[in-house]
Write a protein that binds this ligand. Structure first.
Ligand SMILES: NC(=O)C1=CN([C@@H]2O[C@H](COP(=O)(O)OP(=O)(O)OC[C@H]3O[C@@H](n4cnc5c(N)ncnc54)[C@H](O)[C@@H]3O)[C@@H](O)[C@H]2O)C=CC1
Ligand SMILES: N[C@@H](CC=O)C(=O)O
Ligand code: NA
Length: 816
């Protein structure tokens, strides 16, 4: 025999009651279930509200009308007219009794807990009477049972304690003579030895179900609610939360203690004691298997079962020498708090015994402090104890699961997820059961923390990276295309989901925490974007406080650089192809590196040198393993490389530069390429990464342009000057050709000095053979001494650059 308990929403409307009855009818095919019902959703609140209004002498009549309508609407919808009258009549009697009670409350302007229980009891009585009567239409032998008559309690109105022995006898006696029937039992309500109504407190209908199940040794309790069982986290906070197929009783207890509102486990203890399995089912999706809570839950391979949280908590810190070595101190403290009915959520004590921290509900904090001040007055006066301090605006996050037991690395995983996301942990507690690790963090960080921790533990799910992208030009646009194309690949091969949470260019900006569509981000930005505002873009990114966050700078602008430091400080990683940051003054370059390290995030800029070619990471890996760079020789301007590779035969210089620009090789301002500045930036970044604290002014640059071209005040003028100076470039070309050589613009770092020079090289030079926008770099180091390490390939262009930015982003993802 099974106990089926339905919550408020399941009896909340005609439609839902129909579903409920079909579930009961289906169960009846196996055996007659005992059905426990709650009040219709909203009714208990209405009754409470009316009772309180009556006590204050306010008008409460609208409430009765509302309750009446709720029930009558269902009756009219589900019963044929001829069968409605007996139900109307009985409910009318109930409503009259409620009115009488409220009238006496109003007369006395006093609401005792006893009277309140009496008033609240009508919620379950009305719903259960109504549903049982409707049930008789389709279910044979359905009867109404006032559960208050069989659950006997003490006189603790509002939260009565069950007299188990007596209750079990009464339930069994009743059941013996009625087991051929389908019993519809009121949840939540009970009675004392004098027969007065009492109630079972929070989760009371679950309690009723558990008490009946224990008394009758039921084979299972089904809790029918409106969600898919117990989930790994609150689905309103964590979109990726999923339903758990099985949990142990302990895990269910731990998960529910902090937050998961599906059941209130203390009420299930009678069932736990008798090892009766509990299954949480969804009335609105009956085919869903549900979550099984049982003593022999199959051990799953999930590292944890879930993450629960409380978003409102305060902590109280007690410090002082008076505590050291005093065995009775914490005993006194916590018996005081328990005596005063202050619920302590979590406790930590440092091993020096110099301080105790405990967490309470914010509404209890002030009381706790004043009780402590009274209790420890002597110690406070003698300065053996400091005045207790309260800290508010905090939250608790707890990871829960029996698999954590004796598994090293669990707390490591928790804290590194929190650390990488810049979440400061105020206090920590781990039960010695090792089923639960709880941390106290800032309330504003809770959602970010729960999501980051969920990603860190449930690694079979796709981890989410939230990226905020600045720049939608040549590179930015190409990156979005690549991301769009590679999404399915990333999901299946890297378990990674990249969400573009914000985009800005110089005109407009837009945000979407669910991820902007990569198919139509452009029209989305145009039509729904707000005017761009860089400071605001950065502030909003920080304010959203999303987990696993990356700022991607695809501009050529100096403007974003001033925000890098603050972005790192907010524990947000940066990926950039923009060289302006790393090539400004050395102190700033250094401070970015330090900030990224200090705040535990990544700063990746592979495309600063040689676009997607693995140059920065090659150098970094050499340096990390202790190698020393003796010399770097390199061609690092894709634009100039392209020009020298194609400025041949009849080709004109001006036309070749134009081609390079059209192919997407040049900087937004092509003068930056031709005047050597872009090359200089790359050499400077390499030299710095190789350990030389150089400034831009330390780099000597051979100029390849005539004065007039260098001085051009606009790009348009620049191109005009290139045309006007055609003979100069023709001359250069012919000179090289006549000597059987090619033109090469080569950068060199040696003995800590950097220069970039125009050279004519013959076919014996390793840089002779290049084509397209090829870059080449050769590293001579302690280990690569006689033959250098060489990297060569296309060093400019939108596809290869965006690909480099893309792989930097993926690398950040791998570190999460
Ligand atoms: N083209 C190439 O082969 C390579 C380019 N790069 C770098 O890529 C970067 C981007 O180049 P392109 O895409 O060609 O430039 P672009 O001029 O096509 O696009 C730049 C984008 O940045 C936006 N932007 C500029 N300032 C901004 C600000 N303050 N706030 C918001 N948005 C702003 C612009 O609106 C535009 O959407 C440059 O830093 C360049 O050095 C790096 C390696 C190779
Ligand atoms: N404009 C640059 C592109 C890469 O940084 C170049 O030509 O090399
Ligand atoms: Na590179």
């Amino acid at each position: 025999m099974k106990i089926l308990k339905f919550g408020g929403t399941s009896v909340g409307s005609a439609e839902n009651i129909k579903t409920l009855l079909s579930i009961v009818a289906n169960e009846k095919l196996q055996s007659n279930p005992v059905v426990v019902l709650s009040a219709m959703s909203g009714v208990t609140n209405l009754l409470t509200d009316m009772a309180e209004k009556a006590e204050r002498g306010e008008d409460y009549n609208n409430g009765i009308k509302e309750i009446e309508n709720k029930h009558f609407e269902v009756i009219r919808a589900l019963l044929p007219a001829a069968s409605q009258n007996p139900v109307f009549t009985r409910l009318k009697i109930f409503f009259n009794e409620i009115e009488d009670l409220l009238q006496s409350v109003a007369n006395l302007q006093e609401l005792s807990l006893q009277t309140k229980d009496q008033i609240l009891s009508y919620g379950e009585r009305c719903s259960t009477f109504m549903v049982s009567h409707i049930a008789t239409q389709t279910i044979q032998n359905a009867i109404y049972v006032n559960g208050a008559e069989y659950i006997k309690t003490d006189n603790n109105f509002g939260q009565a304690k069950v007299n188990t022995e007596l209750t079990e006898v009464l339930i069994n006696d009743f059941y013996q003579t009625n087991n051929s029937k389908v019993l519809f039992v009121t949840g939540f309500i009970s009675s004392n030895s004098a027969g007065r109504i009492t109630t079972l407190g929070r989760g009371g209908s679950d309690y009723t179900a558990a008490v009946w199940a224990a008394a009758l040794n039921a084979e299972e309790i089904q809790i029918w609610t409106d969600v898919n069982g117990m989930m790994t986290a609150d689905p309103r906070m964590v979109k990726k939360a999923f339903s758990l197929p099985e949990l142990s009783y302990t895990e269910a207890m731990e998960l529910s203690y902090f937050g998961a509102k599906v059941i209130y486990p203390p009420t299930m203890i009678p069932a736990f004691m008798k090892k009766i399995p509990i299954v949480i089912k969804n009335t609105f999706q009956p085919e869903f298997e549900g979550t099984y809570i049982k003593s022999d839950a199959k051990s799953s391979n999930l590292p944890i079962k879930g993450i629960s949280s409380i978003d409102q908590i305060s902590i109280i810190n007690l410090t002082g020498s008076g505590m050291v070595g005093k065995a009775g101190f914490s005993g006194r403290l916590f018996s005081l708090l328990s005596r005063e009915q202050i619920n302590v959520v979590l406790i930590t004590q440092s091993s020096s015994e110099h301080s105790i921290t405990f967490a309470v509900k914010p509404t209890d904090a002030a009381h706790a402090i004043s009780f402590i001040q009274k209790e420890f007055e002597l110690e406070l006066d003698a300065k053996k104890l400091e005045l207790p301090e309260v800290e508010g605006n905090l939250a608790v996050l707890a990871v829960v699961g029996e698999n954590m037991k004796r598994t090293p690395g669990m707390s490591g995983r928790l804290f590194s997820a929190l650390g990488r996301n810049g979440i400061n942990v105020r206090a920590i507690a781990q039960g010695s059961s090792e089923y639960n690790i709880s941390v106290i963090i800032g309330k504003d960080d809770l959602s970010k923390a729960v999501n980051a921790v969920h990603d860190a533990f449930f690694t079979d799910l796709k981890r989410t990276l939230n990226i905020f992208c600045l720049g939608t030009g040549n590179i930015g646009k190409t990156l979005f295309n690549q991301l769009k194309e590679q999404m399915p690949f990333l999901a299946s091969n890297n378990d990674l989901q990249v969400k573009v949470a914000g985009i800005s260019n110089t005109r407009k900006m837009i945000f979407n925490t669910n991820g902007l569509s990569l198919a139509d981000w452009e029209s989305e930005l145009d039509t729904n974007g707000e005017p761009a505002d860089l400071a605001n873009f950065v502030e909003r990114m920080k304010g959203l406080n999303l987990p696993n966050c990356v700022f991607v700078d695809n501009t050529a602008s100096e403007a974003p650089i001033q925000y890098y430091q603050g972005i790192f400080e907010s524990s947000i990683s940066i990926v950039t192809c923009n060289k302006k940051g790393n090539s400004a003054d050395f102190a700033q370059y250094k401070s970015f590196k330090n900030a990224a390290r200090k705040f535990g995030v990544d700063f990746y800029y592979e495309t600063n040198v040689g676009a997607g070619l693995p140059i920065i990471r090659t150098l970094k890996e050499l340096m990390m393993s202790g190698d020393k760079v003796a010399r770097i020789e390199a061609i690092l301007s894709g634009t100039i490389s392209y020009i020298f590779n194609n400025f041949k035969g009849d080709a004109g210089f001006y036309e070749t530069v134009k081609e390079a620009q059209d192919l997407g090789y040049t900087e937004p301002d092509p003068r930056d390429d031709l005047n050597g500045k872009d090359f200089m930036r790359k050499m400077l970044i390499l030299a710095r990464d190789a350990g030389y604290p150089l400034e831009a002014s330390d780099v000597k640059i051979d100029n390849i342009l005539p004065e007039a071209c260098l001085n051009a005040s606009s790009v348009e003028d620049f191109y005009k000057e290139l045309q006007a100076n055609a003979p100069y470039f023709e001359d250069l070309k012919n000179k090289a050709k006549n000597d059987g050589k090619v033109l090469r613009y080569i950068g060199k770092l040696e003995d800590g000095k950097v220069n970039i020079s125009l050279q004519m090289v013959d076919d014996s030079h390793p840089f002779y053979m290049l084509s397209g926008s090829d870059n080449i770099i050769s590293f001579t180091t302690n280990r690569y001494k006689t033959r250098p390490l060489v990297v060569k390939g296309p060093g400019a262009g939108a596809e290869v650059t965006a690909a480099g930015v893309f792989s930097d982003i993926i690398n950040v993802g791998q570190n999460h």
